[in-house]
Design a protein. Structure first.
Length: 579
């Protein structure tokens, strides 16, 4: 059936996968449509390492991870079409700088590719979670027949019940051979992580995107498997089951429940209800932790810091609730486990329509141009992408601040630049615009070494502001001069890295702190991660990067845990502490 272009639901270790021939363009397109996946890349299971090497340029370190005991999905560099005998359908990973590859990790996976003497079949299979995009992976056989109906043409099942849902882990191998786990799940959980500070028994519930929860006690922390985005009832139910399963497994009776400060998060609402209901939680059992403080604490804990000295935390992501009620996401905080101070941030701009702008990078681009004092000229790609009626509504919305919130998000700036240079105007999945910008930058990374310069202002009493207006003006000028999009993207990435170095340098001059932690979902970007690390190291900084704990919201719970469950410490006046 796979060879004939059909889609098969395959029951594995942690739930069902949907599989099809990764070389069959019609099968891939059908799976994408049935799963409502938009343009989000698919992972590819290869029959063996030789098959993987035909579609990807593999380093020795990547080969070792692919064949190691964890068997994760590894993000690798795709080979040029025609370089090998095997070829993927174009619809497998459109616009992505990486290809997700994994090898068989159960006997049934090997059987899918055939035993010696079997008729020839596909050597490359799309292997994606058995669910509608955004929902939890299906584990129950009866549910598989109903929830996957309309997506699968057949079901391949077995008689072992799946006690705990568990998606495939996803990671990337850096050029220096170190690993950054982007989704920590099968193969990594529930093995405990060592924690450098003693913890009261506690539960941290993470955030609402890429949710994982985490139990802690003593010097151990236990992550759940990847749960997903907390936007529907099925995911909330999966979250509750994961909490019960991990509590039974670890035996931890929480005396503290830690959650994000965002007032609208489903995870925070769950934490508030259950902190009151847990007999082990007394008064003050719920602790709210600022989003970016938790990111930085997560990086500190992973590197074994005891919190006796602060770090310069560079926390770049899409969305985090700020102390001033705005959306933060381009933050430089001086932080330890006990508290933090906002040293610098990206200059804010209005985000029109909240999530609506996230799905429409062209609107984010136009809002950034407005904040920079640059006109919406009709020759700009982001302006041309908006119909006249949409432009008029957006202009009135920004003029009157209707349905707008200010944001300092670096993730939204990446989205804006992606649209400004003509890459992605409407986003079909999270981070699509940023991924396409990274892919373009990678193509010119070694051909052009230019960097756009940010402006700096503010301080000394208030936080330093990193202003992207000069960058946007330079981008518009280069765009009109016909500079290739790949060069524009590369110069933007290098400009952000140079700004990070400058902000950290100023923080060190002001405080003497010489350790910088890079965290937040934006640092899943391989080019930015490497450029910032190299630049900071060249200026004498000790650089903390994530490894086994994801830099994005999948690692948030560990930071919440160590902030909320450590013994309280006193901070000097004027610095924020956990609630």
């Amino acid at each position: 059936m796979l060879a004939a272009g059909r889609i098969v639901a395959v029951k594995g270790l942690g739930g069902y996968h949907l599989a099809c021939d990764a070389a069959d363009a019609r099968a891939v397109a059908a799976l994408r449509a049935r799963k409502a996946r938009g343009g989000k890349p698919f992972a590819v299971m290869c029959a063996d390492l030789d098959a993987a090497a035909e579609i990807a340029d593999l380093t020795d370190a990547e080969r070792a991870v692919l064949t190691g005991p964890h068997r994760p999905i590894v993000l690798v560099r795709p080979r040029e079409p025609g370089a090998g005998r095997l070829r993927l359908a174009d619809g497998v990973c459109p616009g992505s700088p990486h290809l997700g590859v994994l090898l068989p990790y159960t006997p049934v996976h090997h059987l899918l590719f055939g035993l010696p003497g079997d008729p020839p079949g596909p050597r490359l299979l799309v292997m994606t979670s058995g669910n509608v995009s955004g929902e939890p992976i299906v584990t129950d056989d009866r549910q598989a027949l109903t929830r996957l109906r309309g997506m699968a043409d057949a079901w391949l099942t077995h008689d072992r019940p799946v006690q705990a849902p568990c998606d495939d882990s996803v990671l990337r191998v850096r050029p220096d051979g170190t690993v950054v786990v982007l989704r920590r799940s099968r193969g990594y959980v529930p093995r405990p992580l060592p924690v450098p500070v003693p913890l009261r028994p506690a539960l941290a519930v993470g955030g609402d995107l890429k949710n994982t929860l985490c139990f802690g006690a003593g010097h151990d922390a236990w992550f759940s498997a990847h749960i997903g985005d907390m936007g529907d009832l099925a995911t909330l139910d999966a979250f509750a089951r994961a909490e019960r399963h991990l509590r039974r497994l670890t035996g931890v009776a929480p005396r503290v429940v830690a959650a994000d400060r965002h007032p609208g998060y489903h995870s925070a609402r769950w934490a508030r209800r259950h902190a009151d209901a847990l007999p082990s939680c007394g008064a003050g059992g719920l602790v709210r932790v600022q989003h970016h403080h938790a990111h930085i604490a997560s990086a500190m804990a992973e590197h074994g810091l005891d919190g006796s000295s602060p770090v310069i935390g560079v926390a770049f992501d899409g969305t985090g609730h700020g102390d001033d009620g705005t959306v933060w996401g381009g933050e430089v905080l001086l932080a330890d486990y006990a508290g933090y101070r906002r040293f610098a941030h990206l200059a804010p701009a209005l985000l029109p329509g909240g999530d609506a702008a996230v799905h429409n990078p062209c609107r984010t681009a136009l809002a950034r141009l407005r904040a920079a004092g640059l006109p919406w000229d009709p020759d700009l790609p982001c302006t041309a992408a908006c119909p006249g009626a949409e432009l008029s509504v957006l202009e009135r919305q920004l003029d009157r601040s209707l349905g707008c919130v200010a944001t300092s998000s670096m993730g939204r700036l990446f989205d804006a630049v992606s649209s400004l240079v003509g890459l992605c105007h409407r986003s079909g999945y999270e981070a699509q615009a940023a991924l396409e910008l990274e892919a373009a930058a990678a193509r010119a990374w070694h051909a052009d070494t230019g960097a756009y310069a940010f402006g700096f202002g503010g301080g000394p009493a208030g936080a330093l502001r990193c202003d992207p207006a000069p960058v946007l003006a330079a981008l518009v000028g280069d765009l009109r001069r016909g500079v290739p999009v790949e060069v524009l993207a590369a110069r933007f990435h290098r400009g952000v890295a140079a700004a990070v170095v400058e902000l950290c340098r100023r923080a060190r001059l002001a405080t003497g702190v010489a350790t910088a932690a890079l965290t937040g979902g934006v640092f899943a970007n391989a080019l930015l991660d490497g450029a910032c690390t190299d630049g900071l190291a060249a200026h004498g900084f000790t650089v903390l990067r994530h490894g086994e704990v994801p830099p994005g919201d999948g690692g948030l719970a560990l930071g919440q845990l160590v902030v909320a469950a450590r013994e309280p410490l006193r901070w000097p006046p004027g610095r924020r502490t956990s609630d």
